[in-house]
Design a binder for this molecule. Sequence first.
Ligand code: SF4
Length: 286
Amino acid sequence: QEGCDKFCAFCVVPYTRGAEVSRPVTRILDEARNLVERGVREITLLGQNVNAYHGAGPKGTDYTLAQLIWELDKVDGLERIRFTTSHPNDMTDELIEAHGNCAKLMPYLHLPVQSGSDHILKRMNRSHTAESYLRVIERIRAARPDIVLSGDFIVGFPEETEAHFQETLDLVEQVKYGYAYSFKYSTRPGTPAAERALVDAAEADDRLQRLQALITKHQREIQDCMIGREVSVLFEKPGRDEGQMVGKSEYLHAVHVANANAQVGDIAKVRIVDAGTNSLKGELLS
Ligand code: SF4
């Protein structure tokens, strides 16, 4: 899926990539089968606004992203499916249900919100409120309680006051992201927000630091909660130590496993024994 029809006030994608275009279902399935034959176990469906996917299906009607995921679910040898990046307004009931019912769809979701302030969200032209975003999160967690969420944030967007920023901190406190990407607003020429007055740079820097400290605190807490849990790890590369392998859990945590006795592409059950902010350590379960 390429392009986007959402026109967020800060974003160049609708101008540089144009309107949303989705690849046909059969081409994606053919590519997936081909990749699986070559040893691929995990596929990430990519798009600027991937959950607005509407690709031509084999029966002459457009398929949604949820329908595409269920088609990929039938591909033998494909073990894991992910998708990114999504817009909250396109998290449909059937896509949320897939998170609950499709075993191959991994329990990780990147769902940007950008700000926790309704005033700033309106000025960003995001077409959703903080409350509607939180309701979507609630529905996703009801369908898949162990899901790990990640998000994107822009701080210091034009007109953002300390009170607006506090609303972002409040939202982050409520959601508790496993990961989040946060940036200080910078002007993109040609976008509607480019004409607006900037927030004081030192103030924006300070807000970014405070937001990142809160995000890192939650990230660490969520990583710590993994200790003692059993996860499945898809090994991606050898680690620094002899015999060590590094892979990704279903929650997209980087997991280092000593004496893994595994090849790249193997999936193994692992018990988590230690946690850092950015990665976990695990032991192979026989
Ligand atoms: S931020 Fe995302 S949803 Fe908004 S216009 Fe850009 S690509 Fe589209």
